[in-house]
Design a protein around this ligand. Structure first.
Ligand code: NAD
Length: 223
């Protein structure tokens, strides 16, 4: 560290997973962060047992685990950065009062290109008659539609149907196809590697402690 501050202590929930392993590597490579804990049932480490070591926890787990993990973090006064998709963030929002002990930041997609795709799709939907979304992910993805597709549709005008493709060989991809008389417009984003998400994750880790409200949903709020 060059500014004299102690490195921020970061725990990773889901540390044995595809995203969790990438987050652990990104945290270890950052000078201002220290990897304080790897929690994952696959490693025999419960999140609750390591919260005392962490100032921020990054959660890339499973839809059924994310809400309880975020609750546990806030109760322990640990900020949470949640990338897990397919859970009800509104359920958490109702619980976090003004006396909250820690902040929660949630993003369905931490890749800058995906954030721009959502912004451009929302803008285009004001001007074109109809749109549909095709989202394509690796075969191990548990939720469908993807959190990114659901969020994109929510930001766009009109009813936007979503089609989900799950195949080996894919990582995370989305096309927003807009149609009008005699023309179509396609906006496409591809994450070809999980490192695409890491700058956004680290930005959220550094900023989650200073949010003026919680939960905050969407990387666009930090850009
Ligand atoms: N927001 C984004 O930018 C983004 C990008 C990619 C994936 N995702 C989401 O991240 C999540 C994880 O994806 P993945 O591909 O890494 O999945 P994965 O199945 O490879 O990893 C999930 C890991 O979580 C662990 N786990 C399960 N319950 C847990 C608990 N209670 N506490 C701690 N760990 C627990 C599992 O053992 C597993 O190792 C999914 O919801 C996926 O949709 C989000």
């Amino acid at each position: 560290m060059t500014d004299g501050r102690a490195p921020l202590r970061v725990g990773v929930a889901g540390a044995a997973g595809r995203m969790g392993q990438a987050v652990c590597a990104a945290v270890e490579a950052a000078d201002d962060l220290v990897l304080a804990a790897r929690a994952d049932p696959a490693l025999g480490v419960e999140l609750g047992d390591v919260l005392g070591d962490c100032e921020v926890v990054v959660d890339f787990t499973r839809p059924e685990a994310a809400l309880d993990n975020a609750r546990a973090c806030v109760r322990a006064g640990v900020h949470a950065v949640v990338g897990t998709t397919g859970w009800d963030v509104d359920a958490l929002g109702d619980e976090l009062g003004a006396d909250r002990r820690a902040n929660v930041f949630v993003a369905p997609n931490f890749a800058i290109g995906a954030v721009l795709m959502m912004r451009f799709a929302a803008e285009a939907s004001h001007h074109m008659a109809r749109a549909e979304i095709v989202e394509l992910h690796h075969a191990g993805k548990l939720d469908a539609p993807s959190g990114t597709a659901a969020r994109t549709a929510a930001l766009m005008d009109g009813d936007v149907p979503i089609h989900s493709v799950r195949l080996p060989g894919l990582v995370a991809h989305q096309e927003v196809i807009l149609g009008d008389v005699g023309q179509t417009l396609t906006i496409r984003h591809d994450s070809t590697d999980r490192t695409s998400f890491m700058p956004g994750v680290l930005l959220a880790v550094r900023r989650v402690g200073s949010l003026d409200r919680s939960p905050v949903v969407g990387l666009e709020h930090l850009l």
